[in-house]
Design a protein around this ligand. Structure first.
Ligand code: NDP
Length: 294
């Protein structure tokens, strides 16, 4: 069994990006600039934003965090987005989700200039993804693709079971892996809460991608011998060894599933770390497109 080491690959990606940014600076070019927009004080969102800003610093990107009041109106937020859309010094920006209930998320995402939509959530970018045109792939699916690439895991002709059909993970990764490219050319099944014979379908898959948000849901009897298992889940559960504290686990029962696998991601230390690295790759791509750099 080989561990798919998100810590190592994400660190490699950051080193590669930092080298590219250093070259830009040498040529007198400004570095890429990522802006994060957050509304309110959601603790998880603030923590995600801090990790994104830290990653920008590490690779030499400029970053700006725009923190908006919880009570901001939809039209005020739309004004902020419009300013970012036209700012020539902003290469990419993200609006951290979730937004307060009074704000229509779809309307906000749709108002972002698709060429600056480094989260890959804009309907134009999702449409391009579906028809196989180069675009920004949202960070988690993109992180999974990078992982498959960097470990040279074959996907052509493979049966892949994606467990979960969310707009941010399940659907986009399924679409990516069915495209005529690498990683892709696979036969993808998308499994969810209404799926019949889930266990058998998972067992038959060469590659399982679990993204349902249920701790240790995928047990060893649901996974075939030598399967590749990618665990996207991030779940906080009580830590039996440290009463009163919690720990992070995935959607896969790692200890019992890992011995059957050819490759598996740990949680933490797997897909989660790839997500921020993928956002940096998207920001670099937006910067290059904006500045006509190959
Ligand atoms: P959602 O809650 O949006 O979607 C969960 C999906 O799982 C749904 O499609 C749901 O089916 C399906 N599901 C739930 N229970 C079952 C079940 N018992 N059997 C079969 N299918 C089931 O989740 P997300 O995609 O947003 O996130 C999934 C997990 O990934 C979470 O743990 C989240 O924290 C993590 N995550 C990790 C990221 C990372 O960077 N590593 C990034 C994003 C998410 P149905 O549609 O039928 O309801």
């Amino acid at each position: 069994m080989i561990l798919l080491d998100g810590k190592k690959i994400s660190s490699d990606i950051k080193t590669e990006i930092a080298e590219i940014v250093a070259l830009f600076r040498k040529k007198g070019l400004r570095p890429p600039h990522l802006v994060t927009v957050s509304v309110g004080e959601n603790a998880a969102s603030q923590s995600y934003i801090r990790s994104k800003i830290k990653a920008c610093e590490k690779v030499g990107f400029d970053s700006t965090n725009i923190k908006l009041d919880q009570n901001i109106s939809e039209s005020e937020l739309l004004d902020v987005i419009e300013k970012l859309n036209v700012d020539p010094l902003v290469d990419g920006f993200i609006v951290q989700l979730p937004l307060p209930e009074s704000i229509d998320e779809f309307k906000i995402i749709s108002s972002i200039d698709p060429s600056k939509d480094v989260d890959g959530f804009h309907p134009v970018n999702l449409g391009k993804l579906l028809i196989g045109i180069d675009t920004f792939i949202s960070a988690t699916p993109m992180g999974i693709l990078e992982m498959l690439k960097r470990y040279n895991i074959p996907t052509e002709g493979k049966d892949i079971a994606v467990l979960g059909r969310s707009n941010i993970v399940g659907k986009p990764i399924a679409v990516c892996l069915m495209q005529k490219t690498y990683p892709g050319d696979a036969s993808v099944s998308v499994l969810h809460s209404r799926t019949k014979n889930l266990r058998e379908k998972l067992r038959a898959a060469d590659i399982v991608i679990a993204a349902i948000g249920k701790p240790h849901f995928v047990t060893s009897d649901m996974v075939g011998e030598n399967a590749v298992v990618i665990d996207v889940g991030i779940n906080s559960i009580p830590d039996a060894k440290n009463p009163g504290l919690t720990k992070l686990v995935g959607d896969v029962d790692f200890d019992n599933v890992a011995p059957k696998c050819s490759y598996i991601t740990p949680v933490p230390g797997g897909v989660g770390l790839m997500t921020v690295a993928a956002l940096l790759l998207n920001t670099l791509k937006a910067y290059k497109q904006r500045n006509g750099i190959d």
